[in-house]
Design a protein around this ligand. Structure first.
Ligand code: FES
Length: 228
């Protein structure tokens, strides 16, 4: 039996086929039921569609607030003291690992020896996502992921640089490529300040920093060799 045709009693059948006002009333009731059922089905379909669209939107634009993939406040400036590249020491000065942001903060002291100057320096700092602070120091937030095949890259105090344990890609304290199979320098996230707080936007990645050449390298290569 069709869902649009609710059962009727024998008496109703008689009336319907006998005609008259009573028949018209019953026919009207059946029509109303049919409309009701149709509207109910449309309402269920509408709710299902809305839920499906909401689910798809969540998949496309998940709410990552406070998680990796969003802007994270990682601490106050004074927790990341700057130093010269040759004196970087993990967790103490110059370079700091921030686990929730999967990031190394590199904080270069004002007056550090640099290989570029003037507009060349300004342009290169901008293309490598450095942020100049009011005290003249420079900040950059480096993604921990090796740009060769994705291993996590540790910072090595012994050779004052990042060296990937997987295939040996080697990066300077600011993430600039030094040697190994990596196709480019380390990727970096957008960094900004809010008062004295440091914010790393892990949803904004600069993955276009080329291997430096003599005319684009910012920081001198380290003099210490890695033991392995
Ligand atoms: S994954 Fe780092 S060198 Fe290959």
């Amino acid at each position: 039996m069709s869902i649009n045709t609710p059962p009727i009693t024998p008496q109703q059948y008689e009336v319907l086929h006998g005609g008259g006002a009573e028949a018209a009333e019953i026919a009207g009731q059946r029509l109303s039921r049919r409309r009701f059922l149709r509207r109910s089905m449309l309402a269920v379909w509408g709710l299902s569609t809305t839920a499906a669209v909401a689910g798809a939107l969540y998949m496309m634009y998940p709410n990552l607030a406070g998680q990796f993939g969003s802007a994270l406040t990682i601490g106050i400036k004074s927790a990341f003291p700057a130093t010269k590249p040759s004196e970087y020491t993990l967790g103490q000065k110059g370079v700091f690992y921030v686990q929730e942001a999967k990031t190394y903060i590199s904080h270069l002291a004002a007056g550090s020896p640099l290989l570029l100057s003037g507009s060349n320096l300004t342009d290169q700092l901008q293309s490598e996502s450095f942020v100049k602070d009011s005290d003249g120091s420079y900040w950059v937030a480096l993604y921990q992921r090796c740009v060769h095949l994705g291993c996590t890259v540790p910072f090595r105090n012994d050779c004052v640089s990042f060296k990937c344990p997987c295939h040996g890609s080697h990066y300077n304290v600011d993430g600039e490529y030094l040697d190994g199979p990596a196709p480019r320098s380390l990727d970096r996230f957008a960094l900004s300040f809010s008062g004295t707080s440091v914010i790393v936007d892990t949803g904004m990645l600069n993955n276009k920093v080329s291997r430096p050449e003599a005319s684009t390298r910012i920081i001198p290569m380290p003099t210490q060799q890695c033991s392995v």
